[in-house]
Design a protein around this ligand. Sequence first.
Ligand SMILES: *[C@@H]1O[C@H](CO)[C@@H](O)[C@H](O)[C@H]1NC(C)=O
Ligand SMILES: *[C@@H]1O[C@H](CO)[C@@H](O)[C@H](O)[C@H]1NC(C)=O
Ligand SMILES: *[C@@H]1O[C@H](CO)[C@@H](O)[C@H](O)[C@H]1NC(C)=O
Ligand SMILES: *[C@@H]1O[C@H](CO)[C@@H](O)[C@H](O)[C@H]1NC(C)=O
Ligand SMILES: *[C@@H]1O[C@H](CO)[C@@H](O)[C@H](O)[C@H]1NC(C)=O
Ligand SMILES: *[C@@H]1O[C@H](CO)[C@@H](O)[C@H](O)[C@H]1NC(C)=O
Ligand SMILES: *[C@@H]1O[C@H](CO)[C@@H](O)[C@H](O)[C@H]1NC(C)=O
Ligand SMILES: *[C@@H]1O[C@H](CO)[C@@H](O)[C@H](O)[C@H]1NC(C)=O
Ligand SMILES: *[C@@H]1O[C@H](CO)[C@@H](O)[C@H](O)[C@H]1NC(C)=O
Ligand SMILES: *[C@@H]1O[C@H](CO)[C@@H](O)[C@H](O)[C@H]1NC(C)=O
Ligand SMILES: *[C@@H]1O[C@H](CO)[C@@H](O)[C@H](O)[C@H]1NC(C)=O
Ligand SMILES: *[C@@H]1O[C@H](CO)[C@@H](O)[C@H](O)[C@H]1NC(C)=O
Length: 789
Amino acid sequence: MQIISTSLALLVLGDIVGAFGSAAKRGEHENLPWEAATQKANEFISQLNITEKARIVTGSLNFGGRGCIGNILPIERLNFSGICLQDGPTAMNRADLVSVFPSGITVAASWDRELIYQRGRALGEEFRGKGAHVILGPVAGPLGRHPLGGRNWEGFSPDPYLTGVAMEETIKGIQSMGIQACAKHYIGNEQEVQRSNTFVNGTEIAAISSNIDDRTLHELYLWPFANSVKANVSSFMCSYNRLNQTYACENDNILNQVLKKELGFQGYVMSDWFATHSGPKSINAGLDLDMPGVIDAASLITGDSYFGGNITKYLDEGSVAEERLDDMIRRIMTQYYLLKQDNSNFPETDPTLLMTLAASVGQFFGIPEIPGGLVARDVRGDHAQLIRQMAAEATVLLKNTNETLPLKSPQSIAVFGNDANDPINGLYQGSNEDYEFGVVDIGGGSGTARHTYLVSPLQAIRARAERQNGTRFQHITNNALLARGDFSSLFPVPEVCLVFLGTWASEGQDRTELEADWNSTLVVENVAGRCPNTIVVTHSAGINSMPWADNPNVTAILAAHLPGQEAGNSVVDVLWGDVNPSGRLPYTIGKESKDFGPPIVNLTEAEVTSPTAWQANFVEGQLIDYRHFDSAGIDPLYDFGFGLSYTTFEVEGELGVESVSGGGNLTARTTPMNTAVPGGNPELWETILLAKTQVKNTGKRAGSAVPQLYVSFPGSEVPSGTPLQVLRGFDKVDLEPGESKVVSFNLQRRDLSYWNVDLQDWVLPAGAFEFKVGFSSRNTAVSASKALR
Ligand SMILES: *[C@@H]1O[C@H](CO)[C@@H](O)[C@H](O)[C@H]1NC(C)=O
Ligand SMILES: *[C@@H]1O[C@H](CO)[C@@H](O)[C@H](O)[C@H]1NC(C)=O
Ligand SMILES: *[C@@H]1O[C@H](CO)[C@@H](O)[C@H](O)[C@H]1NC(C)=O
Ligand SMILES: *[C@@H]1O[C@H](CO)[C@@H](O)[C@H](O)[C@H]1NC(C)=O
Ligand SMILES: *[C@@H]1O[C@H](CO)[C@@H](O)[C@H](O)[C@H]1NC(C)=O
Ligand SMILES: *[C@@H]1O[C@H](CO)[C@@H](O)[C@H](O)[C@H]1NC(C)=O
Ligand SMILES: *[C@@H]1O[C@H](CO)[C@@H](O)[C@H](O)[C@H]1NC(C)=O
Ligand SMILES: *[C@@H]1O[C@H](CO)[C@@H](O)[C@H](O)[C@H]1NC(C)=O
Ligand SMILES: *[C@@H]1O[C@H](CO)[C@@H](O)[C@H](O)[C@H]1NC(C)=O
Ligand SMILES: *[C@@H]1O[C@H](CO)[C@@H](O)[C@H](O)[C@H]1NC(C)=O
Ligand SMILES: *[C@@H]1O[C@H](CO)[C@@H](O)[C@H](O)[C@H]1NC(C)=O
Ligand SMILES: *[C@@H]1O[C@H](CO)[C@@H](O)[C@H](O)[C@H]1NC(C)=O
């Protein structure tokens, strides 16, 4: 939060402590100085023989009782106990006695930097507690080119600025606990269909190639990864797909040139699991660590990896230089020493990780089932409370006719929809079918997690209704019945009908429908046909169409996304008004399916006429999500940044825009530099402009406003393809009824520059920019214009 006066700042701090309780701690991990960490890494390298060097840059599964999904083997004679890497961005996957947090898309909807930081910090705390050194997250790829992308929920928002802030806060939170974060999946991993190579009748068919032009790469897909480097992220994961015909993990341009040189990334790049397609080519392109590497320790000598035992051969034949091998190890080990993970106070890896790994993916990796007997280390702390608060706050109120919400002690409630249920197939689900009955609180694939418990809406609403004496509570949660319109069990018509809709998604497959799953439209229409006060709650892994949104009997809509283990409690807090929802859409909802973004490339067998047939041409450039709706002149159903509150807000007064950097004329380009520093040229991160206005709570309840700053570049001074407006600032402001606060937005040089392809540099255009502040992309109340040079 950026509030002007000190007294207000104290007030805001008070609110944060109130909101996040005892878990609200900020502060950086006391890292070892960079030079000292590098020196330690160099000393370590100097003691390694070639076999050991190969071990550090090649992962290994199943060794010495440690069951991490990625492992760097220990080297006992040097007292190096190895490095444990664990999925995923939302929780520690597979492990027992961990928390299931709200997913990335959910916290993006909070638009709350502090909340996003605290989630990262709590995740870091749990990974540390389990003795895992690296968390495989957060996610900025997919960014969300396709509304139906199967992994969009693991990341944040299709807007690069919002995702950039979320990456930065998450990484700072994680690394503040001395845990290495991993920015993934780098880059262009926008769809799951054919994300990796496949074999058809013995012929290798290459993974999809994301063909992205240089400017779009810089201003859209690379943008949040640049924030990650700036936040000193320890590692990057290169993605499965090809980028401009070359696999991401062997792509010299995006690894060596863009990431390491231009962005000055000092950490290491690991491959996504089985995404390495070559030895020397990958190593020389900038890949530092092959994952998962070899399957067992013995095969490090004889096994199957482009790295591993082959590295000696590469050195002998001269295709890889030993200096490069040392550079790879230095990059990995410097991060380990920097975060003091060699310290004896770093917890030993929870031995039960091997059991939970074997139970979930053991067969795949050839790990035998391991008998139980050990109890997992409980690392959940007081995170349940944090999860409940985060999820409630991040809920987006899209419609609220006649203030039907919050509920006013209704005497007769009914709950509908299969998403309201307790899951009937267990608490660690893998496939869509498993989710027919059960609240969708997290997606599938490597980013999923094993719940220790899951509070369903049915459970939480029933408990809440029981507190009100005599409230009638009915429920029909079988969608097949509801879709048929069979309401024979319902009597009388309830005062309030709550319909819960789920939309599941997973790594490895993209969604096929924009509507929520399981005949959701029929379910809503049939309930609303009988019930004039129908409230729809969606639990969704992505963007949904809402063909029923304008139905007059649908009086309220809440988008709760993927809230994590406290799903039911957090929605009850919002429904009954204990929490005033302050989520805002981190994407756009269109009226018709043709309005949404570019379709996923999905070739039929007949269309795969060559091994390189899979091509995704990013011809829309930067015009995805609201940028697309703006430029095509399409009215959305609910626009980017939109969300209601139980109170109302106004922007008061003018929008002031002032230069802050030393006066004088700003030059078009930055001063060239010779050394690589994290984030690239530091001038890009300098604040050059300050925009300021005031927001007021004009309603009767306390609530949080989310003022947003949109910038339009001077049209005549920028190349075509520039979006009509882009988000370049936001704040979350807690306001009592009648209260006003000044909000200010810092604009950095990068925020006001475009990537000039010819100059290969960011350029600050001449001419007048337009600045607008309001409460969503289509609702900006004040504006100002200013030329920078
Ligand atoms: C390197 O050291 C390991 C012990 O960590 C030993 O087993 C191995 O034989 C050595 N390799 C070479 C090439 O000396
Ligand atoms: C490894 O640790 C042991 C026990 O703490 C110590 O005696 C030994 O000197 C250490 N060896 C190295 C190479 O640091
Ligand atoms: C693969 O082989 C099967 C059986 O011979 C054939 O039906 C199919 O068309 C082949 N697919 C391709 C892509 O060649
Ligand atoms: C991809 O290829 C296009 C066409 O050759 C080129 O303009 C663009 O710069 C390349 N993109 C990247 C990120 O290298
Ligand atoms: C990144 O690390 C450098 C020192 O290596 C430090 O000066 C800088 O403040 C760090 N940035 C963040 C965001 O932590
Ligand atoms: C070396 O790499 C090849 C693939 O190029 C693989 O088939 C072979 O098993 C690897 N050898 C070792 C020792 O890892
Ligand atoms: C909302 O309130 C208005 C005015 O009181 C009324 O005419 C309308 O019927 C109400 N709508 C619903 C859905 O209750
Ligand atoms: C419910 O009934 C109990 C006992 O009659 C009473 O103490 C309590 O206040 C009532 N609660 C509500 C919400 O009316
Ligand atoms: C891709 O096409 C196949 C059939 O060829 C279909 O089963 C699958 O659902 C499609 N996937 C997507 C994401 O459209
Ligand atoms: C959706 O409804 C149709 C027709 O009522 C039915 O055939 C189908 O099985 C339903 N699907 C689901 C997933 O319930
Ligand atoms: C709204 O509910 C009433 C019953 O109260 C029903 O008669 C009407 O058809 C419903 N309208 C819609 C659009 O479902
Ligand atoms: C910046 O330079 C331009 C042209 O060189 C000049 O017209 C303009 O007045 C200058 N602006 C400021 C604020 O000095």
